[in-house]
Design a binder for this molecule. Structure first.
Ligand code: UD1
Ligand code: CA
Length: 460
């Protein structure tokens, strides 16, 4: 039985070509560090024990992966891919299969790894290398086969002859090993080569020469093995992953007006018959219902949106929006809101840490912070929930069917009872009684003929 239950992920390299303070494998593709994608896919591909070999920036890498349930082996000096695997030797099982992967190949998929491991399981050899055909194989190790097609060895570009360099089948850097062979052979690697490194790839020649045999399995999807060494490749990997995600949603019934312009992280769920316009960004644990229209340039993070909601050019974070509600254009829902069903949140309305009952409306230019608003309310234009005295935050409560006139201030802590009315322009500092009109305005005065007297008449 050779099922690959263990995986070693190499992530100790410097990643010099990224020109970054940040270790290479922590650079993000679609909102997640590259190495986290590899971990997630190999776990879904069958590996239960995952060892990440860290070196450069090891503290940052281990800190970033502390929730991932993996073990760490430290490679203090980067003496090659074979040397990196040696550092994980103590974690390797006595038998069974071991994946060796790299932390900088974020496009690897669980399905491909399963197929690969299944091939290894059937093959007679003690290792299988995952290969791909490349139009331009520059930089990769070349797969050298015998005349009968059987695998002979892998030669690094720097050690290759002219003839070997012409080979277009390359080493992806991904392997399945029989654990026993791997454990026993690692100490036998030497660094007698152009780069004076211990190459994991030399194990292929060793397996073949010792008669135990090695196999190669070629993937039909070279994208899935793409390694990222610089920011151009980082963007390319992002584009491939973005495309995979939007296609998954389109196949599940989501309309995308311009799929190349949207950014949707893998964690996002979207119901069927929802329509996504260009420039939309959907991130984190966002769930969008069915039949919604998410219009241009909207950004939604960690939020739950009901069914048949329409959102225009708005920013929404950590908020729940009920079904049939409309939002925007230019609304800003900051963290902590629960918005009811069939509500209207119009242009330039900001919410923070507030609840808003079913069918309530704030159609324009309002700030609702730390407020609890009942059902069927109307929040007029320019209303401010004054929630902050410079040091402390306070809440305001508005009952059902209340009407808050335009340009009013509710100075928290304060409450408006059910059916209370606040006259436009009032500053509310006391409780508004149920069914009462609260009016707070200076008495109006008019100084007749004042403009003429002052000589201020204009246009003369
Ligand atoms: C390696 C392979 C090459 C293959 C290519 C695929 C070897 C000798 N060569 O070459 O055949 O085509 O990957 O991308 O294996 N790493 C460590 N510690 C080290 C050295 C590397 O952890 O001491 C890690 C790196 O962080 C990286 C991975 O191993 O994730 C591959 O290392 P890299 O230096 O990029 O290998 P290549 O020269 O590209
Ligand atoms: Ca590489």
């Amino acid at each position: 039985m050779k099922g690959c239950n263990t995986a070693v992920i190499l992530a100790a390299g410097a990643g010099t070509r990224m020109k970054s303070e940040k270790p290479k494998v922590l650079h993000e593709v679609m909102g997640r560090p590259m190495v986290s994608h590899v971990i997630a896919q190999v776990r879904a591909g069958g590996a239960e024990n995952i060892i990440v070999v860290v070196g450069h920036g090891s503290e940052k890498v281990t800190a970033a992966l502390k929730e991932e349930n993996v073990q760490f082996a430290v490679q203090t000096e980067q003496l090659g891919t074979g040397h990196a695997v040696m550092q994980a030797a103590e974690f390797l099982p006595e038998d069974g299969g071991v994946f060796v992967l790299c932390g900088d190949t974020p496009l690897v998929t669980a399905d491909m790894l399963k197929e690969f491991a299944a091939y290894h399981e059937k093959s007679a050899g003690v290792l299988t290398v995952l290969t791909a055909g490349m139009d331009d194989p520059t930089g990769y190790g070349r797969i050298i086969r015998a005349e009968d097609g059987s695998l002979l060895k892998i030669v690094e570009q720097k050690d290759a002859t002219e003839e070997e360099r012409a080979v277009k089948e390359i080493n992806s850097g991904m392997f399945c090993f029989d654990a026993a062979f791997l454990k026993e052979s690692l100490p036998k690697l030497s660094n007698d080569n152009a780069q004076q490194e211990y190459y994991i790839t030399d194990l292929v020649g060793m397996a073949v020469e010792s008669g135990r045999g090695a196999a190669a399995w070629q993937t039909a999807d070279p994208d899935a093995i793409m390694g990222v060494n610089n920011r151009v490749q980082l963007a390319k990997a992002g584009a491939v992953m973005r495309r995979r995600i939007v296609e998954k949603h389109m196949m599940a019934g989501v309309t995308m007006i311009d799929p190349d312009s949207v950014y949707i992280e893998d964690s996002v769920e979207i119901g069927p018959d929802t329509e996504i316009w260009p420039g939309v960004v959907l991130r984190g644990n966002t769930v969008i219902g069915s039949g919604c229209v998410i219009r241009k340039d909207t950004e939604i993070t960690d939020s739950t949106i009901g069914d048949r909601v329409e959102i225009q050019r708005s920013v929404i974070k950590e908020t729940k929006v009920g079904s049939m509600t409309t939002v925007g254009p230019f609304a800003y829902l900051r963290p902590g809101n629960v918005i009811g069903e069939d509500c209207r949140i119009g242009d330039f309305v900001e919410f923070k840490n507030s609840t808003f009952g079913d069918r309530s409306k704030a159609s324009h230019l309002a700030y609702i912070g730390d407020g609890d608003v009942g059902t069927d309310c109307n929040i007029g234009c320019g209303v401010v929930f004054v929630n902050y005295d410079g040091k402390h935050k306070f809440r305001s409560t508005v009952g059902d069917r209340a009407f808050i006139g335009s340009n009013s201030n509710l100075v928290a802590p304060v409450s408006v009872q059910d059916d209370g009315y606040v006259a436009a322009g009032s500053t509310v500092t006391k409780e508004v009684h149920a069914g009462a009109l609260y009016l707070e305005r200076a008495e109006e005065k008019q100084l007749e003929g004042w403009v003429e007297r002052k000589g201020l008449k204009r246009g003369e």
